[in-house]
Ligand binder design. Sequence first.
Ligand code: HEM
Length: 502
Amino acid sequence: MEMLAFYYFLAFFLAFFLLSKQLFPNRKNLPPSGPLSFPIIGHLYLLKKPLHHNLARVAAQYGPIVLLNFGSRRVLHVSSPSAAEECFTTNDIVFANRPNLLVGKYLGFDSTILSLASYGQHWRNLRRLTTLEIFSSTRLQMFSKIRTNEVRSLLRRLVVAENSSKTVEMKSTFFELTLNNMMMMIAGKRYYGDNGGDLDKARQFQELVEEIFGAAGASNLVDFLPLLWWVGFNGLEKKLLRLQRKRDQFMQELIEEHRLARTQSKDDKSLIDVLLSLQENDPKYYTDEIIIGIIQVLLNAGTDTTAGTMEWAMSLLLNHPEVLKKAQVEIDTIVGQDRLLNESDVANLPYLHCIINETLRLYPAGPLLIPHESSEECIVGGFTIPRGTMLLVNLWAIHKDPKLWEEPTKFRPERMEGIGGVRDGYKLMPFGSGRRSCPGEGLALRVVGLTLGSLIQCFDWERIDEELVDMTEGAGLTLPKAKPLEAKCKPRPAMLSFLSQL
Ligand code: HEM
């Protein structure tokens, strides 16, 4: 009997909910609300992975501007260049905020981490500081030797792998290269390969990185249904807190090491040294917490994205040997075979640029960007967007829109000819646009260009068997491959003498 009453109540509640939507439609000219929204959960059932695929399907049916409800959060999904342009020009300041999400809160202290900080004076300071001290052309130039050394060390390891006739696992190879590069810039230390003997610290760091990347990918229903907090979902919080403590301890030890070394000599070689020298002048602002936040954002935002892009690019090249051959001919013609390619050569290799652009079009590492949030009511596409709405720009869908790209799923680097840089209005923008766009673009393109160029110049590459490389996307924030790439490589005879001297 009680059960029957419950079902009656549920049916009444549902009927009332659906009817009220018919009777009181859209008073404020809100965008279309997409497929059926259930009470309490709203459209949370769309949160299946990969989310950008599901949302692209919604857009195909309901249009490029859709207002969804993910539990208690209102979410604006945008999937056309013109709507994206409105968000990042007219409404750029309004959407410059980031929503408060749980993983960010524990891994980034929210306010101290650049990618998650709310828009305001503090974010502007962090952005100015990192632009000046990390991403400026002068700094990038200063760190170019580190990138060259890391790529050369990779070439060396590949020669050894080839001698032992093993296939190369490219995912971890690229990940280790980008992490070493980043940690050399940050702390003057590398934790993979030859790390100067501190094996214990290297192992600690590797474990920490694995845990951080695992947690950052955690699907977080609590962000959309705070109610779940009270019914046992807060286990995740404990895990993140534990991880935060471990991370802080590791980073703090690193800072202390540099602080101690500075008592002997004040050398601003690494980023930690630069930040410590700023701290000496203004200890109230440049706290250790701020320094740890900056290190964290570089590791989180800069490694997986760059390594993943290189893995997709190599996978595409292995499936399209004619493109690989054309890139090799370009390098042989412009750089030659009597020296190793260096970073300044990359600007003179237009076809290599086309390959990188086309890879970023097909596999953008931020397929939905990082979520933005509106700080006040605004208009997009003629619709009213309420304050506090989370914005997801579906870059993946825009990059694959058949109205914008001929045969959009095909890998055709030639279509990128004539595009200066990595942007084409708002139809190609793998690094986002506007105030919150990626500040690491210059660094990422330098690493990707030098690494891919060197691999193509020095080795002949093949798939491990006749089968095409599996291009299925896996689950994760930065569009990982479902199956890590393995490949076979052989040093090119003309390059052997240089490789053996590395
Ligand atoms: C191929 C590599 C990369 C791609 C495709 C990429 C892409 C992106 C995208 C799409 C965003 C979000 C923009 C938005 O929300 O509007 C972003 C933000 C960001 N990226 Fe990158 N990124 C890459 C590499 C890097 C590197 C190497 C770094 C630093 C070392 C970096 C640091 C950041 C930071 C700090 C933000 C947040 C900016 C803010 O909120 O103010 N990224 N990136």
